[in-house]
Design a protein around this ligand. Structure first.
Ligand SMILES: Cc1ncc(COP(=O)(O)O)c(C=O)c1O
Length: 319
């Protein structure tokens, strides 16, 4: 009797595991199509594949979308995070407050600058930094706060900016997951001093690999241009690219500071330009999926689903 029951259970388990095997929920997939393929053809044909006009156009179009003309395209968001430390002059002895749930490359950037990461508690529902933690953890060595809009859910930027202003702290936004999230009508990544965005393979807008850095002031923007390419002085005529102005005196270079090479190439930027045009459609679809999950899961009494962004704001990765 018991043997029969056990074998019955085994059969059921086997059946369940067969079903489980057949249900695979894909969390992300690239959204490339013929348009992206067509967009890279002229780049190949131009015989210049490095950083050039496609990248410049992508910067312009992103700047228009975000209403932030001080936008530069870089090779990844991690590069932008490393650049942010240099641009803001964060160095040994400084402290940077960062949420305890963060991206590893962000902490690497802080350590690389010789500074100390100070970990802040997060809101249990959004997983975003609790603004009051900034006041609690701040010392006279604190130079910056690096916030992360977790899963595309905007942080409470009003409160964060107010505290930052009170203590003269820089605000860096890790905007990797939130390129099209908005906070009270402004795009995330354009509210703090520096915003760092990702266009890598799993992100909403994908270039294969890539990112962007947005800067609040002209001074920071100029520094970012230098730190993006070895620290060479920005003359608007670097000679490293196919920009029209690059043709002038390209042989004259001046090293202004020490940095790495964080540029991207026109093949990827051409893909990025197509993806940017489709971004609103991607967000709309994500919102539909989000709503389906929220509705379905809300029927489970024991389960708490993630909160909606506050009024006037919008999330972008999960919603
Ligand atoms: C929160 C966060 N920050 C930064 C990054 C780094 O982005 P990238 O791969 O473009 O360097 C990621 C990538 O997954 C991320 O999720």
């Amino acid at each position: 009797m018991l043997g029969k029951k056990l074998s019955g259970n085994n059969e059921k388990q086997e059946e369940n595991s067969k079903i489980r095997k057949n249900i695979s929920i894909q969390l992300f997939s690239n959204s490339f199509g013929e348009d992206e393929i067509q967009a890279i053809r002229p780049v190949f044909e131009s015989r210049w594949t490095g950083m050039g006009n496609e990248t410049k156009m992508l910067e312009k179009e992103l700047g228009e979308k975000w209403d932030c003309p001080r936008t530069l395209v870089v090779n990844c968001c991690t590069a932008a995070l490393f650049m942010s430390m240099k641009i803001l002059g964060i160095r040994q002895g400084d402290e940077v407050i960062i949420p305890s749930i963060h991206f590893i490359g962000a902490v690497n950037a802080i350590f690389d600058a010789g500074a100390k990461p100070v970990f802040a508690d997060v809101d249990i529902r959004t997983l975003n930094i609790l603004p009051e933690e900034i006041e609690r953890l701040r010392t006279e060595n604190t130079k910056a706060v690096m916030v992360l809009h977790y899963g595309g859910h905007p942080c409470d930027m009003d409160e964060i900016m107010e505290i930052a202003k009170k203590y003269n702290l820089y605000v860096i936004e890790d905007n990797a997951n939130s390129p099209f999230s908005t906070y009270k009508g402004k795009y995330c990544g354009t509210i703090g001093d520096v915003g760092c965005t990702s266009f890598e393979s799993t992100k909403i807008m994908c270039m294969g690999d890539g990112g962007a850095i947005t800067l609040k002031t002209d001074e920071l923007y100029k520094k970012a241009i230098e730190y993006r390419y070895f620290g060479l002085k920005h003359k608007g005529q670097s000679g490293i690219d196919s920009f029209k102005e690059g043709a002038q005196k390209w042989w004259e270079i001046e090293l202004n500071c020490l940095s790495n090479r964080y540029v991207t190439c026109d093949i990827l930027s051409a893909i990025g330009r197509v993806q940017l045009k489709k971004a609103d459609k991607f967000i709309k679809r994500r919102k539909e999926i989000w709503d389906t999950y929220q509705k379905g899961l809300s029927e489970l009494e024991w389960l708490e689903t993630p909160p909606e962004p506050s009024a006037g704001s919008a999330g972008s990765l999960l919603s």
